[in-house]
Unconditional design. Structure first.
Length: 50
């Protein structure tokens, strides 16, 4: 993939990451729990589909 297309994607990901993890510790724990729960549900759906 050419670098000209990859840089905006990387910059967007970095901005999302900074915005995602800013805030209080309680908010970070809630976000982490939501992401973890979503990953677990996706894992179970994939595992059950096989």
């Amino acid at each position: 993939m050419p670098l000209i297309f990859l840089l905006p994607v990387l910059a967007g990901g970095l901005g999302f990451g900074v915005g995602f993890w800013s805030g209080s510790s309680a908010t970070k724990l809630l976000k982490l729990g939501a992401v973890g729960g979503g990953c677990y549900m996706a894992y179970q759906a994939i595992k059950g589909a096989k």
